[in-house]
Design a protein. Structure first.
Length: 226
């Protein structure tokens, strides 16, 4: 399957030399994600960051069946930003591939593991959705007085209950260091986060928990026997 590649540019041009440079590397994505269908390369110049050397952002988004994997990086040169983002993307694809290999003996499908993830609207093009999100960010910036570097972005997602194991898989899919979810068994809001190596932590909120030391326990990843 040939992966479709599209480019989006904001406040900056994308020369053919950059496209050729990027095209030479895309075969590595297809090797790690054989079901990848589309790749979007977004290059943005942050004209508001006048005093920052890292005013160019490259965001790479890979779409497959039921999966969206992203990576982005900033630098003062679009080629340097691309290399940084591409390295992050390959690492996330490798982690995902390794996790899938470890789970080949189990009967949990990728579709089930990612059912709670927000998906891209099939009735709108990816470019339109990226533009809408960028416009929303610009609206937030326009309401600020420009004197403070603090920016708060708020997003609201549907909270479909899931297990801790599915939350780990969901976090790895999107490449974040943490993931918020509602724990299926208890119904409590929780957050999974990455620690060192292949270890993870879970924080759970309980309004009825007594004012004392937190309760800790160790959970094996999908430890149930097949």
């Amino acid at each position: 399957m040939t992966m479709d590649v599209s480019y989006v540019a904001r406040n900056v041009s994308i020369p053919d030399r950059f496209r050729d440079y990027a095209q030479e590397k895309f075969s590595k994505i297809e090797q790690l994600a054989q079901r990848a269908q589309r790749l979007e390369v977004k290059v943005t110049k942050q004209s508001t960051h006048r005093h920052s050397g890292q005013n160019l952002t490259v965001e790479l988004t890979v779409q497959g069946k039921g999966k969206v994997i992203r990576a982005e990086a900033q630098a003062d040169d679009k080629f340097a930003a691309f290399d940084l983002a591409f390295g992050k993307l390959l690492e996330r694809l490798r982690r995902l591939r390794d996790r899938q290999k470890d789970r080949q003996h189990q009967r949990v499908s990728v579709a089930d593991a990612t059912a709670a993830l927000p998906v891209i609207d099939p009735d709108r093009t990816l470019v339109d959705q990226v533009k809408a999100e960028q416009a929303a960010q610009e609206d937030v910036q326009s309401n600020q007085n420009g004197e403070t570097p603090v920016t708060i972005r708020k997003k609201v997602f549907a909270a479909q209950p899931m297990t801790v194991h599915d939350a780990v898989d969901a976090m790895e899919m999107v490449g974040h260091d943490f993931y918020l979810f509602v724990e299926a068994e208890s119904g409590r809001p929780s957050a999974i986060y990455r620690r060192k190596g292949w270890t993870y932590g879970v924080i759970t909120l309980d309004a009825d928990h007594p004012d004392s030391e937190p309760v800790e326990e160790e959970i094996g990843y999908r430890a149930a026997a097949v």
